[in-house]
Design a protein around this ligand. Structure first.
Ligand code: ADP
Ligand code: MG
Length: 729
């Protein structure tokens, strides 16, 4: 019999470890496949390079002739790196990266084949965009969208292709991707943060958000995965009884990395180094076969691109090692799922991390300003933060005792809480010299010291301050970081602008008021607002759910409902005011997200139905027949006395039959509900029907499949079991 599970098991047992030998000089090759500005400067004339840098810094479009020069330079450099093709590389709302390769091939007037890349091809392309989700912005009959070069992220050669990072917009200028609103939000935040910085340092011209993500993932044997249609089609196991040993011994976390996985990581790191992705840490995660990779943080736009690129690189390199990499947030029941912590901070062009207190009281006050306004932003827009990270796949992980719940709160630690309490006492209006000295010496002045030993970390918080950055932990492993980061940048920009208005109003009202007095006043008012969102306790507990309700915090019930936050009046105003997304774009995004949600559950439902009917039930029946044969045989031997000998077998027959019946009727009912849901026109109502009426069957059907797995002869079972997927490599 053709059994993929046993074929793969045999292969694993026979495999000899095949180690990859990394290039010892790899650090010298850092960004070797990236056309950095420095390299570009060798190809361009001095004036051209200055023009490019200026345009890049100001966000202004570049001239036609400059584009021509850059295109020529790119082509020469890429050909030298062995590239044969080029592509506009972009991040449509499907969640994956997209590319359409064009060869450099062209013909000269005399018919010779030559390599070309001209300015127009560099700056703008028109992919056949009708198949990318647009949420209704583009009707298929006017299926025109174009990709436009993003000069703030450098081109790179991956494989034999020159990849040019681009945005993807419709001909009417609307965003069809993740990068466009991200860039707009970075610009809004830059503007608002620079204005506030000027209170503290007139030299600051630009503020950039920084991002350092931590990517969790599972690595599985590709052969075993091939025996699991659920993993192949949905990225997770829809059934599978827990292994006798799971993660209870905690022996995987930070343990030594299995050879085959290490070999994958080494090759991955070598490729990442060439691509300029500053990968830094690698380690085993909590669950068996789960790992984490984190880079050194970077300026946000680049960091987002690097994460999207890395995901792609990981999939390709895993294939070379006969491994499958899973980014799904909850591939296995009962053991931890995968997240992607987004570490976020702000950095000035003068090199200051605004979430790190400086040496002087004034710079600590600057730290406090950015610290408190960020928390205030999180409080005001909890619903948007939820919407930015919730999805059909992340739902299986959130709030299940391993990941933060869908209630947004901020953890800052006991000591900083005390600082905020002290600052709440600041008197209104002008501060007396004594009060100010006391504040500067004993409250604000102490912050650097406090943060040095700010070790009390709370792992259960979805949004935590970790010394010199905030860490948004609820984000799922599969997510494009641009989604949550666009929201975070925008809401903080909004609060910073509000802070500036408050301080300016105080200064205007009283000509004698000092700048730091006004800042202390504005901060005190903000601190009074933010207490409901600060939480130090166990975010996974039932008690917190109750407490959060009392505090009036938002608790997202499910993804479809949470997504509605994109189109509330308050949030549309926010995005429009800061020119990040228009109402039409927000509606489009909502539609795309709802559709993706529905499709994800629809595919899971279908896969579960097929798997149950084509794999599980037939296997159950086969074993049932063996038992029946056995009982018949006993009857032949023992005649009427057979009953006492066949008692246990008869019980087994009953139990197996009943699980088979439950699976079959569960699938029937699920299909009925799916039919009803599919008939619903309205996207929101349809997604709710999938959430509330279809999804509950996943659990019940699975329950009976898993029970059968325990009862049926191991040699008949067609799907790789949890113990094999997780522990054999
Ligand atoms: P932990 O696993 O304890 O959360 P790590 O040190 O593994 O912490 O990860 C910290 C992450 O934070 C890394 O990806 C790092 O690049 C990032 N990071 C550190 N400083 C900053 C910063 N100023 N801005 C953004 N990200 C940062
Ligand atoms: Mg972390």
């Amino acid at each position: 019999m053709n059994n993929l599970r046993f074929d793969a098991l045999k292969k694993i047992a026979q495999q000899t470890s095949d180690r990859f030998h990394p290039n010892p000089n790899r650090l010298e090759l850092f960004a070797d496949h990236v056309l950095t500005d420095q390299k570009l400067s060798h190809y361009l004339s001095k004036t051209a390079f200055t023009e490019m840098t200026k345009a890049s810094l100001s966000g202004q479009p570049i001239s036609r002739s400059l584009a021509e020069q850059i295109a020529q330079s790119m082509k020469i450099w890429a050909l030298d790196k062995g590239a044969t093709h080029y592509t506009h590389w972009f991040q449509p709302l499907t969640g994956a990266t997209a590319e359409k390769h064009e060869s450099f091939l062209d013909f000269a007037k005399d018919g010779r084949a030559i390599a070309t890349l001209d300015g127009t091809q560099l700056v703008q392309q028109e992919p056949d965009a009708s198949s990318f989700p647009s949420g209704g912005i583009r009707n298929t009959f006017e299926a025109r969208g174009y990709t436009a070069w993003d000069p703030t992220s450098p081109a790179f050669v991956f494989g034999k292709t020159l990849c040019i990072p681009t945005v993807f917009v419709s001909y009417t200028g609307e965003a069809l991707d993740y990068k466009t609103p991200l860039l707009r939000s970075i610009s809004a935040l830059d503007h608002a943060a620079t204005e506030v910085c000027k209170y503290f340092d007139k030299n600051v011209q630009k503020v950039n958000p920084t991002l350092g993500w931590e990517q969790e993932y599972f690595l599985l044997d590709k052969g075993l995965v091939a025996s699991r249609p659920d993993i192949v089609l949905t990225g997770r196991t829809l059934m599978g009884h827990g292994s006798a040993k799971g993660q209870q011994l905690d022996d995987h976390y930070f343990g030594s990395i299995p050879t085959r996985m290490l070999s994958f990581m080494q090759e991955l790191e070598e490729e990442s180094i060439l691509l300029g992705i500053p990968v830094k840490t690698r380690h085993n995660e909590v669950a068996p076969s789960q790992f984490e990779l984190a880079p050194i943080y970077e300026e946000m736009n680049l960091s987002v691109d690097h994460n999207a690129l890395l995901v792609d690189v990981m999939k390709r390199i895993a294939g070379k090692h006969n491994l499958e990499v899973l980014f799904h947030e909850k591939p296995f029941a009962q053991i931890n799922g995968s997240g992607k912590h987004n570490n976020w901070s702000l950095e000035t062009d003068t090199g200051v991390n605004l979430l790190s207190p400086g040496k002087t009281p004034m710079s600590s006050l600057q730290f406090l300003t950015f610290f408190v306004t960020t928390i205030a932003a999180v409080l005001d827009y909890q619903d948007l933060l939820c919407a930015s990270m919730m999805s059909a796949s992340n739902d299986y992980r959130l709030g299940s005792n391993e990941a933060p719940p869908t209630i947004i709160s901020v953890f800052i630690g006991e000591q900083l809480t005390k600082v905020l309490t002290d600052l709440q006492q600041v008197s209104k209006g002008k501060l007396s010299p004594e009060e100010k000295t006391d504040l500067k010496l004993n409250v604000v002045g102490k912050i650097p010291e406090i943060l040095l030993d700010n070790t009390d970390r709370n792992r259960t918080s979805p949004f935590a301050f970790t010394g010199n950055k905030f860490e948004f932990r609820a984000v799922g492993a599969k997510a494009n970081c641009a989604k949550p980061m666009t929201v975070l940048n925008t809401i903080v920009a909004k609060k910073l602008a509000g802070f500036k208005t408050a301080v300016d109003a105080l200064l205007e009202k009283d000509a004698k008021m000092k700048k730091d007095d006004a800042i202390f006043n504005a901060l005190r008012d903000l601190i009074k607002e933010i207490s409901p969102v600060l939480f130090e306790g166990d975010g996974y507990s039932e008690a917190w759910v109750k407490e959060a309700k009392k505090r009036g915090l938002y608790h997202a019930k499910n993804t479809p409902e949470a997504l509605q936050a994109y189109v509330s009046k308050k949030n549309i105003d926010l995005f429009e005011q800061l020119s990040v997304l228009s109402e039409r774009e927000l509606n489009a995004r909502l539609n795309v997200d709802l559709e993706q949600y529905t499709l994800a559950l629809q595919i899971e439902g279908r896969t579960l139905g097929d798997l149950s009917r084509n794999h599980i039930i037939p296997t159950g029946i086969k074993y049932l027949n063996t038992l029946i044969e056995n009982v018949k045989g006993l009857k032949e031997i023992y005649a009427e006395e057979y009953k006492s000998h066949a008692k246990e077998q008869m019980l087994l027959i009953e139990r197996i039959s009943s699980h088979i019946a439950e699976i079959n009727s569960g699938v029937n009912k699920m299909i009925e509900e799916r039919k009803k849901a599919n008939a619903i026109e309205d996207d929101y109502k349809k997604s709710l029907a999938y959430c509330n009426a279809v999804k509950p069957y996943f659990e019940t059907i699975r329950y009976h499949c898993d029970k059968l797995e325990l009862l049926v002869d191991n040699s008949l079972w067609p799907l790789a079991k949890y113990r094999e997927l997780l522990f054999l490599h």
